[in-house]
Design a protein around this ligand. Structure first.
Ligand code: MOS
Length: 756
């Protein structure tokens, strides 16, 4: 099986020299808007059956009985899979042998560990029959009291937060400094549990052929998923072929193999036919990860001139009763602001919930919201403008590690964003501005930051005798336009026009492109693509320069440059030869090479690597009704080399909208008596709709960072939410004079305090 997606071309976009830097539209855009992009659940192999999960309506206890007979007697039902008959797994789904391995539910026993946990799978000839069969199971439970919320259990210090970060970090004398600070604040912020909610729910079409397994599913991690499935089913990774050409969003929840995916594969094994399993929206609220709630206490102190002297960021978060993932919320404070004393600490509780996992800037999103609100409160305590306070206190070098920071770029973000927004006209005191209709107007800001990470990736480059090229890597496009950006990098890497390069991605049969996560996909897989291109051109140059019939004979690799599908002698540009001619004379149909992308440990030990930004927001609040509208946002971001300005801007704007969502909309509401989520749907789980999204501008600040990777790429996937959430919260304070520290901010937080 190969990925065989023909990407569309947009003739309106004419290249000028380099493909990198061109604001091309998505190559798969036409496929998507015409409905011809084939998403995972659109694949219907012959004889395919439909599987529907039954999920638990309790949060803790055990399944005492299921009426399997009633379900099986329904017309069209082929099989009901429960713990009694599910095929064995080679690996224990509750085993944990590496930090990216998370425990999952695959009907291994009768325990219920959270609401919406899968408890059976009904397999039928039609979706309707399977759905009806699941309803007929009428589960009975032995119910145990659910533990819910941040006070639902005894707390403890987690062994690590995020993936392998220390839960506590202390630098300098925080307590002593706070006790003697000229100005100090002590504020506690609460953020709710949030769920990913990509438009496309998790879906799998699994098809066994002997011990070969073909899978269509959306994934952010093809090779990692392939390895996990190989372990669970005891077959070699090479026997598993995963196709994932399109994702309808990911946000982190499609990074890891989840229980439902495993159940789809098990179901196909049980019935010996292809099976499709798609999660219903409410089933997304449990087995596929989410963001933990947080309670964050920020204490800060400054000298009399407003210089930060101490920061203590303490975060309480929740994890599941059976696994460990700790939202690293307090880590947001370890690097952005210069302070001689910094302490970071985390505290956790185990509650009856699905395991929280990576979600849209895990740690940074809630952590930077609390931090940026606290910075605003600290500025106020010092009587300083929030921008002036930040300009005084942002870090020139990372305060704990002492490594140099891209602080010049951050300064540019502050300057360009403030100028564009008109920040200098902002009155210091709150509740000073009204619009023509009498709405209270407020302006707030926040600093954005996200680490510039690199994982590991490989790509394969080919140059063919007809002068065209190919680039292959198992990259993932969650909708952000990765395919387009990677194809642009590939074209430049091969020194060809975009149209001459056949770019393949989205399949586990291709080289491992790492994961689309941590905002590091373009940097990592892009570096692999660049290096693969350089390697294949070096091979081609070797062929030409060692062949006395070539005009390049004797130039040596260092003396040759690739341009427009030809190699040129550096010292004599009139001597050149086309790729195809070199291959033809050598009697080769094509030539190939591989390249890797990975972090450079030497650079990483010498430099702090982050993308930066500054976000400015305007809100209007109805003084009688407390209703909040975000009316304007300007963000300025420095994120290294921009491969495609249109796509980068679109990602940043998306992140800024997450910021609006974080501060004003999103919240999973848990019934503490039952441990169930009361708004497990898209009607009552609020996200911004078009009417909630204001005029937004994202300015890309030019930044050349030679240290992060060969192309100078930093990530843009997640940084947009950082800074933005705080900017909106701070604008609400500035409009009303009411400091709301529990998110999302609601009408009832404002209506009494602001009216009149
Ligand atoms: Mo992301 S939470 O790194 O997909």
């Amino acid at each position: 099986m190969t990925t065989d997606i023909s990407l569309t071309r947009d003739p309106a976009h004419v290249r000028h020299g380099s493909s990198i830097g061109q604001p091309l539209t998505r190559r798969d855009g036409v496929l998507k808007v015409t409905g011809s992009a084939r998403y995972a659940a659109d694949n219907h192999p012959p004889k395919m059956l439909h599987a529907v999960m039954a999920v638990s309506s309790i949060a803790r206890g055990r399944v005492a009985s299921l009426d399997v007979a009633a379900a099986k007697s329904h017309p069209g039902i082929v099989e009901v899979m429960t713990q009694a008959n599910r095929p064995p797994l080679a690996d224990d789904p509750d085993a944990k042998t590496n930090p990216f391995m998370f425990r999952m539910e695959s009907l291994q026993n009768d325990r219920v560990r959270y609401a919406n946990q899968p408890i059976a799978v009904v397999i039928a000839e039609t979706l309707e029959a399977a759905t009806e069969g699941a309803a007929l199971l009428a589960p009975r439970y032995e119910v145990e009291p659910a533990r819910a919320g941040l006070d639902g259990n005894e707390s403890y210090i987690p062994p690590a937060v995020g993936i392998g970060h220390p839960a506590e970090l202390r630098h300098g004398d925080v307590e002593g400094t706070l006790a003697t600070s000229a100005h100090a604040i002590d504020a506690t912020y609460e953020t709710p549990a949030q769920y990913h909610n990509p438009m496309e729910p998790h879906a799998i079409v699994a098809h066994w052929d002997g011990d070969t397994l073909s899978i269509d599913m959306p994934t952010q991690g093809l090779a990692m998923g392939q390895a996990r499935i190989a372990g669970l089913f005891g077959i070699p990774p090479g026997n598993i072929h995963i196709r994932s050409p399109f994702l309808g969003g990911g946000f982190g929840c499609k990074g890891l193999i989840s229980g439902p995916v495993t159940l789809g594969i098990l179901a196909a094994k049980l019935v010996g036919r292809p099976v499709k399993l798609v999660l219903r929206r409410e089933q997304m609220y449990g087995p596929v990860g989410h963001r933990s709630p947080s309670r964050q206490r920020l204490r800060m102190g400054t000298a009399s001139d407003g210089a930060l002297a101490a920061i203590h960021h303490h975060a309480k978060i929740a994890t599941s009763s059976f696994d460990d993932f700790y939202e690293p919320a307090a880590n947001a404070s370890h690097s952005l602001y210069a302070s001689p004393a910094i302490a970071i600490s985390h505290e956790a509780v185990r509650i009856d919930t699905g395991t929280p996992l990576f979600m849209r800037a895990p740690g940074e999103a809630p952590g930077s919201l609390a931090l940026e609100c606290a910075i605003d409160e600290m500025a106020l305590a010092c009587g300083m403008d929030p921008l002036a306070f930040r300009l005084k206190n942002y870090a020139e070098v990372e305060p704990i590690s002492g490594k140099p920071f891209s602080s010049k770029a951050l300064r540019e973000c502050y300057a360009q964003g403030a100028e564009r927004f008109g920040w200098s006209k902002r009155p210091l005191a709150p509740r000073q501005m009204r619009d023509d209709e009498g709405f209270l107007v407020g302006w707030g800001m926040g600093t954005a930051t996200f680490p510039a990470l690199m994982f590991a990736a490989e790509a394969r480059a080919v140059i063919r005798r007809d002068g065209s090229g190919a680039m292959e890597t198992g990259a993932h496009d969650m909708g952000q336009g990765a395919w387009t950006a990677f194809a642009q990098i590939a074209a430049d890497a091969l020194a060809l026009d975009l149209e001459q390069v056949d770019f393949k991605a989205g399949s586990s049969d291709l080289p491992d492109a790492g994961i689309a996560g941590g905002s590091a996909h373009t940097a990592t897989a892009g570096t692999a693509i660049h290096n693969a291109g350089a390697a294949v051109i070096a091979k081609l140059a070797e062929l030409a320069t060692s062949d006395e019939r070539s005009p390049l004979f004797g130039a040596g690799n260092a003396g040759v440059v690739a341009r427009d599908g030809r190699l040129h002698r550096r010292d004599d540009e009139s001597r050149h030869e086309g790729y195809g001619d070199i291959l033809a004379r050598a009697g080769l149909a094509e030539i190939e090479a591989r390249g890797n992308g990975a972090a450079d440990p030497a650079a990483q030990s010498s430099y702090a690597m982050h993308a930066h930004g500054a976000v400015f927001a305007e809100v209007k609040v109805d003084p009688d009704l407390g209703q909040i509208r975000v009316t304007r946002m300007v963000g300025a971001f420095a994120a290294g080399r921009v491969i495609n300005p249109r796509l980068v801007q679109s990602q940043i704007l998306g992140g800024m909208i997450w910021g609006v969502s974080f501060t004003l909309h999103e919240q999973a509401i848990v019934d503490h008596r039952s441990g169930r989520i009361m708004n497990a749907n898209l009607a009552e789980y609020h996200v911004p709709v078009n009417a909630d999204v204001p005029r937004m501008e994202a300015i890309m600040v030019d930044e050349h960072d030679p240290h992060v990777n060969v192309l100078g790429i930093k990530g843009v996937g997640e940084i947009g939410v950082t800074g933005s959430a705080g900017a909106v919260a701070n604008a609400v304070w500035h409009a009303t004079g009411v400091r709301v520290r529990r998110f999302p901010i609601r009408i009832d937080d404002l209506v009494m305090p602001v009216s009149g």
